[in-house]
Design a protein around this ligand. Structure first.
Ligand SMILES: N[C@@H](CCC(=O)N[C@@H](CS)C(=O)NCC(=O)O)C(=O)O
Length: 209
């Protein structure tokens, strides 16, 4: 097993899917958390990867870009389907989850009315698409693709459980912003009680983002 060092800020954000995959796979890794906005980061920035984090070090070799890190870790630890069609279905889910980003970026910089609008209206079309994709596989009773957890599930969970709630001013895991996405809600409930995920949710640092 290679030696893994994940370098990010003291946040969940872009690093959390990697942490969740390492936990699911039972892989040991060094979870380096640089204080956000710190002097330490300003010193480190010119020396690491492409000057941004996350960076994953694998046996001392650096890998920047969260998307590349996600796929690499998922590939190494059995969270990418084997079949080309299923890989494409996984990518459809990942691209759909990414459709949340423009709306989220705007809300991040705004005050309460924008947060409320995003929760009640802005995020709903993407949630509906996620619901639709989930239901295409096994009627929505299992995971997004095939019959085991893939990167698609990890990214979908990170988005709806961890990333959106604090953005709209509620706790991670508070899904009250979901309207008619019952399969997606049930998916989150299923994912978070997977034993290794549940253990991680208990012990992970309690960051806002
Ligand atoms: N395309 C990159 C973007 C990485 C990125 O924007 N990282 C931010 C934190 S989420 C960062 O390092 N910000 C500090 C800086 O740019 O100095 C990725 O997906 O990894």
């Amino acid at each position: 097993m290679p030696s893994y060092k994940l370098v990010y800020f003291d946040l969940r954000a872009r690093a959390e899917p990697v942490r969740i995959m390492f936990e699911l796979a039972g892989v040991k890794y060094e979870d380096v958390r640089i204080p956000f906005g710190s002097e330490e980061w300003q010193k480190m920035k010119p020396t690491i990867g492409l000057g941004q984090v996350p960076v994953l070090e694998v046996d001392g070799k650096e890998m920047p870009q969260s998307g590349a890190i996600y796929r690499y870790v998922a590939r190494e630890h059995g969270m990418i389907p084997l079949d080309s069609w299923e890989i494409a279905q996984m990518d459809v889910v990942i691209e759909t989850v990414k459709d949340m980003a423009p709306g989220m970026g705007k809300v991040f910089l705004e005050k309460d009315p924008a947060k409320k609008e995003f929760a009640t209206e802005g995020c709903q079309p993407v949630l509906n698409n996620m619901e639709k994709l989930l239901k295409k596989n096994n009627g929505g009773a299992g995971w997004f693709v095939g019959d085991k957890i893939t990167l698609a599930d990890v990214l979908a969970f990170s988005m709806v459980h961890d990333a959106i709630p604090p953005l709209i001013g509620v706790e991670p895991g508070d899904l009250s912003y979901m309207k008619s996405q019952d399969a997606l809600k049930a998916f989150v409930d299923r994912f978070k009680v997977e034993p290794k995920v549940a253990a991680w949710l208990q012990k992970r640092p309690k960051n806002v983002f």
